[in-house]
Unconditional design. Structure first.
Lengths: 333, 316
């Protein structure tokens, strides 16, 4: 089922590129690529486009560019460097690395991957939540250590049904999490900058109230100045001793030393964390804890997601070259 | 229930023990007697014992029932009654109750939790972090759960609850049961092999009977295949365990999430080194909320019987 695959932040390898005197064929329009490409990306892109590296003299006349959230900044400097750009597609959902106002000013269209990552991240959040309530990882470890035979049954877990879930950030991922958890009989409330009129869940305008009214908080918002350490000491206190936190956002959403302190003191019940403030470092106090589930920033990494991301980026470029609206445009507002 | 003798076969939930005692029952703790002298323990106390509280591991077989001529009711702390000799109970006029509905949600939650856990390798990823391996490199890709076809063996209360949850992940639902059910959105297959051939995740959710013993056999495992995942929240004997172990070790089956085993608490240790299995110690209904609700049903059934009122959840 699952063989090891190359890390998604993979190596550059055989791209199809033009030499400096050739014009790209009309059926494979030129695409500026500013990040290294895995084999899967190279293969898929070169079937439809002519890949132009930054070193090529054609780079300054190319209209479309593929960028990575991790590696590239799309700002005035870049847009000046490649003045023919009219379309930017990023392989991420987040757009913190793109100066959207500058793009809008220059008439440059921007697309991200839309909701492509949302289902895998939502699945992982739900998986961590069920694990935290029902002790799946810990009881699996207990069983493999032989303790079911020598010590008897594992201590009881906690039922999901009827539990109050507070979702921090009801974007694409938060909504997908809410939809899933409703089927388990959880009661959903949420915090976001503004209430969402289409959402059928209770809107709570501040994080302390959300924590007070929730049995579990799920962090699924984007990381901004406002949401840095959104889970802090006051929130942990408001959540209380029976509270659980699931974080599939960013490590910096949580005041990590404060969280560790709360766990050590038994001030909250448990956590499921896929992200940490200083990855891949994880506070070592957590390694001995039975009420934590710790995963290495895995939520989005399925082969299906990687394939979907390639497809959505290609589809956006194809739409651009055909003069059609982008599939997953980012609107600056 | 003053002075009524109740045989408890297993170490009970403290709440249940307290309540039985509070109501004046005399408790006989079968699980404390050495295995070889359990029948003798029954015979010695048979004059007093009028009720048995069993569970999914220790029920009441024919020999036990024969050793207890005064038993009038068996109130099982479980929904499955495969460990109770129902034929014998009918012959003797012994009433039998179980604990349906109150544990449906927990078991269904666990089924989905195990599926995500296996496919996304959460326990293995946790171990990866705790061992310090993350500092040396990223973990591998893991398989998406959303949108995969979920095949359910047995579309009873628990099967339906599993389907409802899987639908929230946009999983197409298919199922096998003895007869087709009125769920037009779910695809019916008339044999377990056909179901296994046409799904990504196969969940065992039927009752254990003679017919469903080893319902997941070599043929079904082969049909599920090297990308397929088996989830068992039914009973260990639903699955031919040695075939399952061989298939997992040899890579002929993609993965398994198992809550039950043929010889609990013993689990084949060939499985312990595998990253594509999740093994939990029969925790399907193991939450404080559900076990308390199950205890209330056991107490309610016993009380009803001894007050000559209608039983709450009779099976026999």
């Amino acid at each position: 089922m699952m063989n090891s695959s190359p890390s998604p932040t993979a190596s550059g390898s055989g791209c199809t590129t033009t030499s400096s005197d050739e014009s790209p064929p009309l059926d494979r329009p030129p695409l500026l690529v500013l990040r290294s490409l895995s084999d899967a990306w190279s293969l898929a892109l070169s079937a439809k486009f002519t890949i132009i590296p930054p070193s090529s003299p054609l780079s300054t006349s190319t209209h479309a560019v593929l960028v990575s959230g991790a590696v590239n900044r799309v700002n005035s400097t870049l847009l000046d460097q490649y003045p023919s750009l009219r379309c930017v597609v990023t392989t991420s959902a987040g757009v913190n690395h793109i100066d959207l106002e500058e793009c809008r000013r220059r008439g440059v269209l921007v697309a991200n991957v839309g909701e492509t990552y949302s289902k895998d991240v939502a699945d992982y959040a739900v998986g961590l939540l069920i694990d935290a309530f029902r002790r799946i990882t810990m009881s699996d470890r207990y069983l493999r250590n032989g303790f079911w035979v020598t010590r008897g049954d594992y201590p009881l877990g906690s039922k999901l049904g009827g539990k109050r879930v507070g979702i921090v950030g009801l974007g694409s991922i938060g909504s997908a999490i809410a939809k899933r958890l409703e089927a388990f009989g959880c009661k959903i409330s949420y915090l976001s900058r503004k209430p969402k009129p289409t959402a059928n869940y209770k809107y709570v305008p501040n994080i302390i109230d959300l924590a007070t009214e929730s049995d579990v908080l799920v962090v699924s918002c984007s990381l901004t100045k406002e949401t840095h350490h959104i889970i802090n000491k006051q929130v942990l206190q408001a959540l209380g001793k029976e509270g659980i936190i699931i974080n599939i956002g960013r490590g910096a959403h949580i005041d990590e030393p404060e969280l560790v302190r709360s766990l050590v003191q038994g001030e909250i019940k448990g956590v499921g964390l896929d992200v940490f403030e200083n990855e891949p470092n994880v506070p070592k106090e957590m390694f001995e804890m039975e009420n934590v589930v710790l995963t290495p920033h895995q939520a989005v990494f399925t082969p299906e997601a990687l394939s979907d991301v390639i497809q959505i980026c290609i589809a956006n470029f194809e739409a651009f070259f055909a003069g059609k609206p982008l599939l997953t445009p980012v609107i600056y507002s | 229930m003053e002075k009524i003798g109740v045989l408890i076969t297993h170490q009970p939930l403290p709440y249940l023990e307290q309540e039985l005692t509070r109501r004046g029952c005399r408790l006989f703790r079968l699980w404390e007697a050495p295995e070889t002298s359990r029948l003798e323990f029954c015979r010695e106390n048979s004059a007093a014992i009028r009720a048995i509280v069993g569970n999914s591991n220790f029920g009441a077989d024919a020999a036990t029932i024969d050793a207890l001529p005064k038993v009038e009711i068996i109130a099982s702390f479980s929904v499955g009654l495969d460990k109770v000799d129902l034929v014998k109970c009918k012959e003797r006029g012994i009433r039998v109750t179980n604990t349906p509905d109150v544990l449906t949600d927990d078991v269904a939650d666990l089924a989905i939790g195990l599926a995500i856990s296996v496919m996304r390798r959460i326990p293995s990823a946790d171990k990866y972090v705790r061992s310090g391996a993350w500092k040396k490199g990223d973990y591998t890709l893991t398989t998406r759960f959303s949108g995969k076809t979920v095949g359910i063996l047995g579309l009873g209360r628990i099967g339906i609850a599993i389907a409802k949850r899987a639908e929230a992940f946009d999983c197409p639902i298919s199922y096998y049961s003895r007869t087709e059910k009125p769920y037009p959105n779910y695809t019916y297959y008339s044999t377990p092999v056909d179901l296994a051939s046409n799904c990504d995740v196969l969940v065992v959710a039927c009752a254990l009977t003679e017919e469903t013993h080893h319902i997941v056999n070599r043929a079904v495992i082969d049909a599920l295949g090297p990308k397929g995942v088996l989830i068992n929240i039914g009973r260990g004997p639903h699955v031919d365990e040695s075939e399952l172990v061989a298939a997992l070790v040899e890579g002929r089956l993609g993965g398994a999430g198992l809550d039950v085993f043929e010889n609990e608490p013993h689990v084949p240790d060939e499985l312990f080194g595998l990253d594509n299995v999740v093994l939990v110690p029969h925790v399907g209904s193991a939450t404080i909320e559900t076990r308390t609700a199950m205890a209330d049903l056991v107490l309610g059934n016993l009380e009803a019987h001894f007050l000559n009122k209608p039983l709450l959840t009779p099976v026999v």
